[in-house]
Design a protein around this ligand. Structure first.
Ligand SMILES: NC(=O)c1ccc[n+]([C@@H]2O[C@H](COP(=O)([O-])OP(=O)(O)OC[C@H]3O[C@@H](n4cnc5c(N)ncnc54)[C@H](OP(=O)(O)O)[C@@H]3O)[C@@H](O)[C@H]2O)c1
Length: 321
């Protein structure tokens, strides 16, 4: 075959076309893969990795050694896109905000500062490990937000939760509605960007939605505690574009120790080809509904690394289905 100039030119353009279509295909494939592993935070358009870090345990009950806590938060910022905290994550009310202060020590110098969301909460006052007081009055919530902002060293909190409704017997009438109204005002003022609610029922979610857009609901959910999957809370959040942030995803500080012996979990782990039952418990949550974001705690680095490696297991699962 004779390679005339005309033929060479057309071969050149065919080559370019082929190259471009391959490049587009690969790029699309990659972005599809990325989209499938990230989850939207509520209906904000913000895409985040589907597991976050629950920092609370570093400050509740006893303080984790500070250099260890800082190393753990630093690693959590490397691997996750959301860090969960609260002003009441401390030993008692004389050190309110301990956990937020720890996070701030790492956050501002971290290279992923702009990718990581800090979510904090107000409405509880800690007395000790197991006892809290409730104060969801407008004045307390305003003071709580005004306290968290400088502790975190930021001018607006990306996600701010009402930590809990007033769960005492005979709370003030409409105290929940008034609290959500206060968060709506703080959002208008720009002090918080998105509103979350925690420890809530389906009815309370609906009440809150009538006052302000709700970005996240944070309740207890795990392989062992499926209440919100059974009572419609998770499904309702999914339908409304609300993230469901699952706390105590490994059955919590006191409950986690026995999970490696749980026969049902071990059976599920075997079916999924996952050797570590803790990882299987997190994977199970990701498999339920696409709006669930578990926030496992860790005071030990090896536990953080083990939990965060579920992101890789999840990515492989998404790419193969
Ligand atoms: N909104 C609320 O009212 C509320 C209530 C409770 C918790 N939370 C939030 O949710 C976060 C998590 O919940 P949680 O603190 O109840 O506990 P959790 O996530 O269920 O974890 C319990 C314990 O499991 C251990 N662990 C974690 N990953 C592991 C792994 N891969 N392998 C082996 N062990 C592992 C950790 O022990 P070590 O600590 O010894 O490493 C951890 O403290 C809290 O830190 C807090 O931010 C919110």
């Amino acid at each position: 075959m004779k390679f005339t100039f005309k033929r060479l030119v057309s071969l050149f353009f065919v080559g370019i076309l082929l190259y471009c279509s391959l490049a587009v295909f690969t790029w699309e494939e990659m972005s599809m893969a990325n989209n499938s592993i990230t989850r939207e935070l509520g209906s904000t358009g913000i895409k985040i990795r589907p597991i976050g870090f629950g920092a609370g345990q570093l400050s509740i009950g006893e303080y984790t050694d500070e250099s260890q806590a800082i190393a753990i938060i630093n690693e959590a910022m490397n691997v996750y896109d959301m860090i969960d905290t609260a002003d009441s994550y401390c030993l008692n009310s004389s050190d309110t905000g301990h956990n937020e202060r720890l996070i701030a020590k790492v956050f501002h110098n971290h290279p992923r500062k702009n990718q990581v969301i800090i979510a904090t909460k107000g409405g509880l006052i800690r007395q000790d490990l197991y006892n809290v007081d409730f104060d969801i009055s407008p004045q307390h919530l305003r003071d709580a937000v005004e306290g968290s902002l400088p502790r975190l060293g930021i001018s607006s909190i990306t996600l701010y939760y009402l930590h809990a409704p007033d769960l005492r017997p005979n709370p003030k009438p409409n105290s929940f509605e008034t609290a959500i109204q206060t968060l709506a005002e703080l959002r208008k003022e720009g002090k918080i960007k998105h509103v979350g609610i925690s420890n809530v029922t389906l009815e309370q979610i609906k009440v809150a939605q009538n006052i302000v857009p709700i970005t996240a609901v944070q309740n207890s959910l795990s392989f062992f505690d499926r209440k919100d999957l059974e009572n419609g809370v998770v499904e309702y959040c999914q339908k409304c574009g609300i993230s469901y942030v699952a706390y105590s995803p490994l059955r919590g500080r006191d409950g986690h120790a026995g999970i490696s012996q749980d026969e049902n979990l071990l059976r599920y782990a075997k079916e999924q080809n996952i050797d570590d039952p803790y990882q299987a418990a997190l994977f199970w949550l990701l498999q339920q509904v696409p709006n669930i974001i578990p926030i496992p705690a860790a005071r030990k680095m090896e536990n953080l690394i083990s939990s965060s490696s579920v992101l890789g297991i999840w990515e492989r699962f998404c790419n193969n289905r």
